[in-house]
Design a protein around this ligand. Structure first.
Ligand code: NAP
Ligand code: MG
Length: 486
């Protein structure tokens, strides 16, 4: 069965310069449904020449209709796009769910979040202003925020719609022209959005989508001499390669590279309120979330109770096809399942399993299902407590006091998000200040939080901030104008 019938775009075409065309090489890449293992569509395998064409189309848009628009006009187009995404949210969610194996209810949230990004950035497009700076007498100095120009966006497969929205939404609001390379495992929703952008009246070339493999399309785009800014979300290894490629052209880079984020649970926690989030903040998207709270640090006085209660939740978790809306769907690919399964096997050798979910009997054999596992009493230096697994695996680590908690929490290469669970207000603030991360949630935990909250990491989690108003500064450059008028 294919999903091609009834779609408002042809998934096997690239979107360049406002039009649809086959990839220059003529090859396609099969699209697999991870719940069933079935091939449901094909996407174009773009080439370096296609990237050249897309970058040229983006530059032409900047030199033409797109570059001539006012910020208000750009904002209106993004708002119209938000409305179209809401109208088609159900179809977008079904498409995403079939493409990446996300339970339908989670894919619906992603579609609504995508609309929210276009709405937020549409509304903010004409709210970014410069300054006047007191300077020498007889002079007036002012600053202007200008677009970088052509921006490259290389995005992963775990939250394709949300990451497209936050990255392209902010870049377009500031007047950049975008070339996006979605992950080969998750390209359908990006193409669907491109078709909606045409309906919304986005000028030709302002947004271009080149599907294909990372090692050819991604590499050609991030190293392209006519690209002025690169935004990347994905693994540390690829992020490093992208930063090196961008360095050759001396252009700015935003890297969002995942993490090993902790929940830090003190003995005065309201456990009843915290429990669903302690588990849910990792199980969402089957643990394939950069900000997944994959480490749970618990103060010794309540450690056994938290372990018992979390184990009960784990033992009730059900894994099955995305369409069934179970607690977890499959992982995105056989490759991702193999990576995660190796970590689980390693954990079973060295560690104690506290709780484990169940793969439902109706889950097709060819799907990429992994049952979630909670490991207990994990030494903070163990690889499962240090490395990003990107699957449904959490480790429980006991701690003695505040200083111990901070040392363990800060004791990985990453620093994306942290959750602090305590009723003690002074302690909340001390922890929030001492944790080496980009976002701290106190008595709650958002996977990056809402559209409005600046998001990004420290250390190997990357640098630069997306989301919120902060992203608009990142997707623009400042010009200072000094006028001598006497
Ligand atoms: P990845 O290699 O970092 O892929 C992310 C994006 O980069 C995809 O669009 C990919 O394209 C592209 N890419 C790959 N090689 C490239 C290159 N040489 N130059 C430019 N772009 C390139 O991640 P992955 O292989 O899909 O997943 C591996 C691990 O990365 C996961 O296990 C997880 O730990 C981590 N990860 C983190 C995040 C996050 O949100 N921080 C997201 C995804 C994965 P193709 O996929 O089409 O080749
Ligand atoms: Mg797929």
């Amino acid at each position: 069965m294919t999903i091609q019938d009834g779609l408002w775009f042809d998934p096997a075409k690239l979107f360049i310069g406002g039009g649809w065309r086959a990839g220059g090489g003529g090859e396609t890449i099969p699209v697999e449904n991870p719940s069933t293992g079935e091939v449901i569509a094909a996407i174009a395998r773009g080439t370096a020449e296609d990237v050249d064409a897309a970058v040229a189309a983006a530059q032409a848009a900047l030199d033409g209709a797109w570059g001539a628009m006012t910020a208000t006009e750009r904002g209106r187009i993004l708002m119209r796009l938000a409305g179209l995404v809401i109208e088609r949210a159900e179809t977008l969610a079904q498409l995403e769910s079939a493409d990446v194996g996300k339970p339908l209810v989670q894919a619906r949230n992603d579609a609504i979040a995508l609309a929210r990004y276009f709405e937020f950035y549409g509304g903010s497009a004409d709210k970014i202003t410069g300054e006047t700076i007191p300077y020498q007498s007889g002079s007036t100095v002012l600053t202007l925020r200008e677009p970088h120009g052509v921006t490259a966006h290389v995005i992963p497969w775990n939250y394709p719609m949300q990451i497209l929205g936050r990255s392209v939404g902010a870049a377009l609001a500031m007047g950049n022209a975008c070339v996006l390379k979605p992950a080969e495992d998750a390209s359908l929703s990006a193409l669907a959005v491109a078709a909606l952008a045409v309906e919304a009246g986005l000028p030709a070339g302002a947004l271009n989508i080149v599907t294909g493999y990372g090692h050819d399309v991604g590499a050609a785009l991030s190293g392209h001499a006519c690209v002025h800014h690169v935004s990347f979300t994905g693994s540390v290894g690829t992020g490093r390669r992208i930063q090196i490629a961008a360095a050759e052209n001396v252009v700015p880079v935003t890297l969002e590279l995942g993490g090993k984020s902790p929940h830090i649970v003190f003995d005065d926690v309201d456990l009843e309120a915290a429990l669903p989030t302690l588990v849910g903040a990792c199980m969402q998207a089957a643990g394939q979330t950069c900000s997944a709270a994959s480490r749970v640090l618990v103060q010794r006085g309540i450690y056994d109770e938290v372990k018992r209660r979390m184990a009960e939740v784990y033992n009730g978790l059900k894994v099955g096809p995305a369409s069934g809306n179970h607690d977890l769907g499959p992982l995105v690919s056989a490759r991702q399942k193999a990576i995660v399964s190796r970590y689980i096997a390693r954990g079973r050798e060295d560690l104690t399993v506290a709780g484990e979910g169940t793969i439902l009997p109706d889950a097709p054999e060819a799907g990429h299902y992994v049952a979630p596992v909670l490991f207990a009493d994990v030494p903070p230096e163990h690889p499962l407590a240090q490395e990003e697994i990107f699957g449904p695996v959490q480790v429980l680590i006991p701690f003695d006091d505040e200083a111990d908690a901070i040392r363990i929490a800060n004791g990985t290469d990453y620093g994306l998000v942290a959750g602090v669970w305590t009723e003690n207000g002074a302690r909340q603030m001390r922890l929030a200040r001492k944790l080496d991360v980009g976002q701290v949630f106190v008595n709650n935990y958002g996977a990056g939080g809402g559209v409005e909250l600046p998001f990004g990491g420290v250390g190997k989690s990357g640098h630069g901030r997306e989301k919120g108003f902060e992203a608009l500064y990142g997707f623009s450059r400042l010009k200072t104008i000094s006028i001598r008028h006497g």
